[in-house]
Ligand binder design. Structure first.
Ligand code: SF4
Length: 400
């Protein structure tokens, strides 16, 4: 490779050359890449950009969504979470069917196409009053209520549901299949060390890596386009971060259903147990994104949320991402409420300034729309109404 005559370590340059040529990388290779500094980091980013261009070209996507926090109660409390509310918190709430449908309809009127159902994991297992709410809505479990709400939003508004309810059994994943255009679960990390006392996942049984990988596998067996990702800066070591990326790669090689991988940076909030921890820097994000691109290859969609790095997210395009994720004109990011979404006009400006073209996509990526095993008949009318022959959204409202 030609790197402007920079004097790189020859072994590092040889490694980048292999990665760009598509040779498989080992975990040791990944661990070497993710520690790049100085000129090595610049070369790593160039290699990752080259691989992104091979598979995704210059098109960068986003999905226009409405965020539906079906319940903000959860059976666990992760050290970085500000979404889940305690039972005595006046903001603790499970949305009624009328609230869900009114919010979805408001989203439809603002041009949203995705109904992003993000919610706490199985809160009825620990809270009586959640069980009472669910019974009032005609259900025994959150998953069963979620299923009805996804089906009603799809049939009554045409918005395409994408549910993220946490870990699930195979039967639970199957129950959501017909009424979701895609589903999601962040792997976050494969580090079991983070389950010890004082770490981010202490007392969080749903964050056991094997259980999360099982849920991802069920989705693969059932032909569901799936979103996952890693959460960086929650106490994991660099090598553990690389292990997590390889775990995602292995599941995708088995089932071919991982439609996107999110690289999400931990953000400090005042009301979380991890409020005294450092946030990952932009450079740490750049190293991780570029390494993820080289491990996951040219075809994978790699996303970093723009609102979590508001001053510098454009630089992520130079490290190999090709997607900004969901952006909402109507609801805040309930997972990071302190971080407002950029307007689409701003996102377009930043994307074009760096040299790329912004396109709207659905909650299912164009290459999955054309594969029958990933498309439910119930979702097809909305998909056909909104997409052109390329699978991207047909028309775009450039401002809100
Ligand atoms: S991050 Fe998710 S699983 Fe963890 S406490 Fe928050 S809502 Fe629950």
């Amino acid at each position: 490779m030609f790197y402007l005559h920079q004097r790189l370590d020859p072994a590092f340059e040889e490694l980048l050359g292999r990665a760009v040529a598509g040779a498989p990388l080992s975990r040791a290779d990944g661990a070497r890449l993710i520690r790049a500094r100085g000129s090595e980091l610049a070369a790593l980013m160039l290699a990752a950009s080259t691989v992104r261009d091979q598979g995704r070209g210059q098109v960068v996507t986003y999905s226009r969504n409405v965020f539906i926090p079906l319940t903000n109660l959860c059976r666990q409390k992760c050290g970085y979470c500000t979404f889940a509310r305690g039972p005595k918190d006046p903001l603790a709430h499970t949305m009624s069917p009328d609230e869900v449908l009114a919010l979805a309809e408001a989203g439809r009127r603002r041009g949203c196409k995705e109904a992003l159902f993000s919610l706490g994991e199985k809160p009825e297992e620990v809270y009586d009053f959640v069980r009472d709410d669910l019974r009032r809505y005609g259900h025994e479990t959150t998953i069963s209520y979620l299923r009805e709400m996804c089906a009603r939003v799809l049939s009554e508004t045409g918005l395409l549901p994408h549910a993220n309810p946490g870990i699930m059994t195979r039967e639970e994943v199957a129950s959501l299949r017909e009424c979701n255009v895609s589903m999601g679960l962040m792997l976050e990390t494969t580090s079991e060390r983070l389950h010890t006392k004082g770490e981010a996942h202490f007392n969080c049984p749903g964050k056991i890596p094997q259980l999360r990988l099982d849920t991802m596998r069920y989705a693969g067996e059932l032909g569901i386009a799936f979103t996952t990702g890693v959460l960086i800066g929650i106490g994991e070591a660099w090598e553990e971060r690389v292990d997590s990326l390889f775990a995602v790669k292995e599941v995708h090689e088995e089932y071919g259903h991982i439609q996107e991988v999110i690289i999400q940076n931990f953000r400090v909030k005042d009301d979380i147990p991890m409020r005294h921890k450092d946030e990952p820097s932009v450079y740490e994000m750049l190293r991780t994104i570029a390494t993820a691109r080289l491990i996951l290859g040219p075809a994978m969609n790699i996303q970093a949320p723009p609102n979590l790095t508001p001053d510098a997210y454009g630089a992520y395009l130079l490290a190999g991402i090709n997607d900004w994720g969901g952006v909402s004109p109507i609801t805040k990011d309930y997972i990071s409420p302190e971080a407002p979404w950029p307007k689409i006009t701003e996102l377009r400006e930043v994307t074009e300034e760096v040299g790329f073209q912004l396109r709207e996509r659905l909650a299912v990526y164009p290459e999955f729309v054309t594969q029958d095993r990933f498309v439910r008949e119930s979702c097809r009318p909305s998909i056909e109404r909104w997409t052109d022959e390329s699978g991207f959204v047909r028309w775009e409202e450039h401002a809100w």
